[in-house]
Design a binder for this molecule. Structure first.
Ligand SMILES: O=c1ccn([C@@H]2O[C@H](COP(=O)(O)O)[C@@H](O)[C@H]2O)c(=O)[nH]1
Length: 239
């Protein structure tokens, strides 16, 4: 996957409609580096739908946020590997043994299938949560401290990076090093609706802070003209 600034954009295709996802993937190809398929798309269309979108030639980030016991996550990664996703997500809250099992399974499964090993990243604290949400579910730490703690744990467990909000980019890079990949949702161009996202920044700000990948969904897909919306963001990043 390219790391030219606008190629760091991964557009979230949150839809159940395979034809719409394929159309968007083709239309957005000049302006972004890949597309993200998540629970909504995969729940409706499964591996067959994934293969149709992959047929457009776009790299695919498969965002299933696996969160289960180590054996189950490892087996799920083996089952998903024939799809050859570029990036795959698990939850850091699954713990160090689960993350280590996921990293090992990714290496072994990619070798068995003969595809490039996907980047395995762990979700830290969802970008839809803020301090009060964290308190409500019983966390004692400040949000940023908890994100950095989970990022360190992910690195020590063998993951390639984490999913975090733009607000924690610099803290994690400082704690885990420049090569530890940061996949960053909660991206909102100036003036666009935040919706359910609580920890947000603009694309330019997130890149300047050091994001490796920007995950952007509704500001592109719900725009009157998604190609124009993506091109505008790409231009903001210097394309
Ligand atoms: O913490 C997280 C983890 C994943 N996501 C996903 O990213 C996209 C964001 O879409 P927008 O429409 O730009 O809000 C979405 O698919 C989420 O599932 C996240 O937002 N936050």
């Amino acid at each position: 996957m390219s790391t030219d600034a606008h190629r760091r954009i991964l557009c979230a295709l949150d839809t159940t409609d395979t034809a719409q996802a394929c159309d968007l993937a083709r239309t957005l190809a000049p302006h972004v580096g890949g597309v993200k398929l998540g629970l909504e798309f995969f729940g409706a269309n499964g591996p067959a739908g994934f293969r149709q979108v992959a047929g457009t030639g776009m790299p695919i980030f498969l965002d299933l946020k696996l969160h289960d016991i180590p054996n189950t996550v490892a087996k799920a990664i083996h089952a998903l590997m024939p799809l050859a996703p570029s990036i795959l997500t698990i939850h850091t809250a699954g713990g160090p043994a689960m993350m280590a099992a996921a990293a090992k399974a990714a290496t072994e499964a990619a070798e068995a299938v003969g595809c490039p090993r996907p980047i395995i990243v762990g979700v830290t604290i969802l970008t839809s949560l803020d301090e009060s949400d964290l308190e409500a579910v019983g966390y004692q730490n400040k949000l940023a401290d908890q994100v950095v703690k989970l990022a360190r744990l992910a690195k020590d467990s063998g993951l390639d990076g984490v999913v975090c909000s733009p607000l924690e980019i610099e803290l994690i890079k400082e704690a885990c090093g420049r090569d530890f990949k940061l996949v960053v949702p909660g991206i909102r161009p100036a003036g666009s609706a935040t919706g359910d996202q609580k920890r947000v920044m603009t694309p330019r700000q997130a890149i300047d802070k050091g994001a490796d990948y920007l995950v952007i969904g509704r500001p592109i897909t719900q725009a009157e003209d998604p190609a124009v919306a993506a091109q505008t963001i790409a231009k903001e990043l210097g394309a």
